[in-house]
Each structure stands twice: as C-alpha cells, then as structure tokens.
Design a protein around this ligand. Sequence first.
Ligand SMILES: C[S@@+](CC[C@H](N)C(=O)[O-])C[C@H]1O[C@@H](n2cnc3c(N)ncnc32)[C@H](O)[C@@H]1O
Length: 377
Amino acid sequence: MDYKFFAPCPDQLTELVAAEVTAIGGTNVHTAYCVVYFDACEEVAYKAHLHLRLVSRLCRILKEIPAQSPRIIFDKARRIRYDNLFSSDLPISINVASGNAGGKIETHLIGSKLREAINDCFEHHKNVKPNQSSYKAPIGINGYFNKNRLLVSIDTSNESLHRRGYREEGHPAPIKESLAAACLAVCQYDGTIPFYDPMCGSGTIVIEAAQIAINRAPLIHRQKGGFGFEYLHDFNPEVWQSVRAQAKAGEHALKTTIHASDIEPDFIKIAQKTAANADLESEIQFSVKDFFKTEKPAENGLLIINIPYGVRMDEKPVDGEYLVEIGEYFKNHYQGWRCAMLAPTDLPIKMIRLKHQKKVQFLNGTVPVTLVVYDIF
Ligand SMILES: C[S@@+](CC[C@H](N)C(=O)[O-])C[C@H]1O[C@@H](n2cnc3c(N)ncnc32)[C@H](O)[C@@H]1O
C-alpha cells in the first residue's frame, strides 16, 4: 500500500525537492505553495527520511476532513483510527497551522478538537485514555486548515531532518544543514567537480558537499528511535534495516577534491571536529587563510561563500565596497569556476558587478538572505 506524504519547504525549493523525491522513487509527485506532495511505498517512505537533503519534515497524510465548525472537526477527526497507528502511552504533540484562506476557526481551538478526537478514539476502541503529555513527544499530529478543510497528518520525522547530528558548538553563525544543502542544489553540485568554501566557519556547506560527493545519505547517523515512523504500529524494522544497508552500500570514495578555509584558526578547529563527527575528516582539506589571499585549487570547480553578517572590530565593514572587492577577487582569481555567495538580502548585492546566473532568496533563521550564482569566465 502506498502512503501519501507531504514535505513542507521554502517555495523557491519545491521543484528541487520534487526532483529529490522523484530520484528516490516517489510517485505522483506534485508541488503547491511551499509544499511537495508525493506517494511512497514502505521502502520509498523510509528512503525519503534517510536521503532527502533539502526538507526538514515529512508528514504522512491521515485524512482530509471538512472543517466548517469545531463540532464537525471533532466529529470527523474522531473517526481516524489513531489506535491502529500508535500506542496510547506515547506523548503526543499537536500542531495546527492555517493557510492564507484559513477560515474563521482559531488554530488553538482546532488543536483542542484534535486532542479530544484522539482521546475519544482511544477511549471508544481501546477503553484507555491516551497520554496527555506533549513533552518530547515522538508522535506529532499536524493539522493544516485552509478553505474550511483540515488536512490531518502525522509527522514521521520527529526530530527535524535538518539536524544531521554532526553539529559542533562554538561558531556564532552556522547555517542550517538543509540551507547549506539548498545552496549546493541551486548550484547543481553533484559531487563530481572540486568544491571550495573559503569562508567555511563551522564547515556546514563543505560537509554537505562532501556527503554528496561520496553519496552518503544525510541522516544515516541518526540514532535508533530518532525518527517518528519508528514509533508507529506499522513500522517494519526489516525493510528499514535493508534501506539503511542499501544506503551504506551505495557510498563510494571521493572522486574529486573538497577544500575549506577560514581566516579564524579557532573556526577551522571547530570545522575539523564537525567533519570528524560526520566521519568526513579525511575527505576535506582544511586550512587557515584569508579569502583575499586564496588561489583556486583546480582549473574549475564550485566555490560557495557565506559572507560574514556582522562586523568585527578588526575587519573590513561588510558593505558595498566589500562586495566590490569580492567581485574583483572572483573575476581575477577564479576564472573557470562557478562562484556563489550567500549574503544578507539587504546588502547592495549589485555592487559585486558580475552578471549572475541565478538568484534565490531564503531565510537564514529569521534573516532574509540571497544566494547569487556567477559563472566566472
Ligand atoms: C557567516 S560565517 C560562515 C558560517 C558557515 N557557513 C557555517 O555554517 O558555519 C562567515 C565566516 O567567514 C569568515 N571570514 C570573514 N572574513 C574572512 C576572510 N577575509 N577570509 C576567510 N574567512 C573569513 C568568518 O571567520 C566566519 O567564520
């Protein structure tokens, strides 16, 4: 039997996420605003949790119900057989969001109707009251309310999928792993050409690049019990183990070179520890260097820099003049390379004075940032 899933994601990424989903065997893949829908058999569902690089959550659709009033929501939602899905002793968190054409019912009221419906289902079918706690809940029930319809789903990821588990504390401005992967996907990085991050900070972008280059599944190191689907009655450990074994067997040796540097020796130490946590220390060549003194490590390749946001006392200010210098440096030292820059959107990015191939906006936490991609001839 196929499950129906959706993956929320930034709207600019829906096509790239759809391509990732198709590549692992998802069917009936289609996109809407900030979401990708797909169908998956058991094996493909597990592959999605292990292999997708760009999404933070995967939600399995349980039912879409009419939602004209709180009473109707309760009445329809209580018919979903939660007792066939998970055990009554597990903590459950309930999250409700509404779309632009949400409707007149407050999301917190919808949430309490969903909680009542779950209670009613367990009491009616199993004669037990389910766990009322939501603390560290492995079961996440989501409601998405739009146009008087409520899409009820279960979050099968549990901990956000952007948390690969390799992060080392200590850098003031690391980006999310899924944002780093998104930058690489926008640049069409497939792991076959040299990669360089000369402002690597804690190393997030270069580690994501190295994972792509050796075909490592990004969530392969997640501990047992870390995914939401492992808590469901229909969890199939044999199929899951086989999907994990296939992923491990699919890894291969690096076929290119991967480089990372930063001006701060302490950040390079953090990046090296992070790479060791990700079991990638021998794949990445680290060094301490000022970007404005670097040379291209090969004739062609991909360079991505995530420029500093703030200004340290001893540094050049990050302003239009700084961008002019970056543009000049790309032009004079990186011919033959694709160079991309992730920078705060409010900077005068045009000052870089290069013709861009692509420009995509993201949120880095709450800060709007733009990835601009240049091919340097
Ligand atoms: C926004 S952070 C990068 C964060 C990184 N993407 C991560 O996920 O950890 C910018 C980095 O650029 C480095 N940096 C600033 N000026 C530099 C320069 N001239 N050469 C090399 N690195 C520089 C800073 O030390 C800082 O680690």
